[in-house]
Design a protein around this ligand. Sequence first.
Ligand SMILES: C[S@@+](CC[C@H](N)C(=O)[O-])C[C@H]1O[C@@H](n2cnc3c(N)ncnc32)[C@H](O)[C@@H]1O
Length: 223
Amino acid sequence: MDEGCTRVNETRVKGVYWDGERLLTRNTAPGTRVYGERLFDCEGVEYREWVPGRSKLGAYIRLGGMDVPFRESSKVLYLGAASGTTASHVADIVALGTVYCVEISQRSFRDLVKVCEGRRNMVPILGDATRPEELKFAIESADVVYQDIAQKNQAGIFIKAMRSFRARAGMLSLKARSEDVTRDPAKIFEEACQLLQRERFQVLDMMDLAPFEKDHAMFSVVA
Ligand SMILES: C[S@@+](CC[C@H](N)C(=O)[O-])C[C@H]1O[C@@H](n2cnc3c(N)ncnc32)[C@H](O)[C@@H]1O
């Protein structure tokens, strides 16, 4: 435990808290950290600092984003979990649900497995987000798809996953430079938005994540 804190209030995003200086989630694995974040005790409850510079979802919420579809018992398919930084905060939010964490890189997956071992509602899956049919051995359907993979055709991959897992809601973190380094990021974001709408998703929010993440946008959609 790093320190105590005076007052913690829930933000307008359920399961995410604010102590006047920083975003926090309730630590579902008390005493453990995932990426060196600080731990705080407030009236006997342990919270973990959610550092927006380390997490695009944290940046979205810190910038005022409110269209976060996770509920306490949501079943979440998280594509591109890396070593579990953001996925662990999502797991804190869906404390009675489960986060299925898909990662393609063996190296990141090794770290992810260690994080999941300490958290009862995170399931690590070594797999490819572009091949949803190969993930079905672990998860049949999801309430929410969250995607953060840096490769081409991010919106197309996300749409396929949303349909394959019959998800009603989703969040897509889109890195413009992974689509085309030569083009204006704003145009790439607009095209992704149009593609989502053409494919009959309702885009609730599209937010540029600067200054926390350059050339990244977060989309929140419902099917
Ligand atoms: C920007 S990092 C994710 C960071 C993580 N979401 C977080 O906030 O803690 C992108 C990750 O996507 C993974 N990735 C890229 N292509 C993928 C694919 N096709 N399937 C699964 N993971 C993929 C990369 O290996 C990398 O770890």
